[in-house]
Write a protein of this length. Sequence first.
Length: 112
Amino acid sequence: MALVDWKGDGACAYVDSADFSGACIAPKTDTLADGTAVKWIITRMCANAGPVAAGNSCSRPKSASTTTSSERGALSSGGRITASVATPYYRVVVRTEGPRNTVSYTETIVHF
């Protein structure tokens, strides 16, 4: 298991080290012109590291459409890709710290 070092102190200090033996991962970081600090991490939702193959169970959509719709929000009917071809889900977590010490977290799950 791994935790994210959102504070940038290299220690994941909010966890008691006696209870945690995993890794502390540093997120990617950017600072906007107004001083807003944006940090993010993207994780593939698989049981193990390495390629998506037999023995590495990954969360993925049951099926995916092969066609696109010409209008936003419209449904399309088209062929289907089998679950073995659908790509795994990825979790994107973003931490935004504003100039007035406000903090916001956003989490999104996507697949391509």
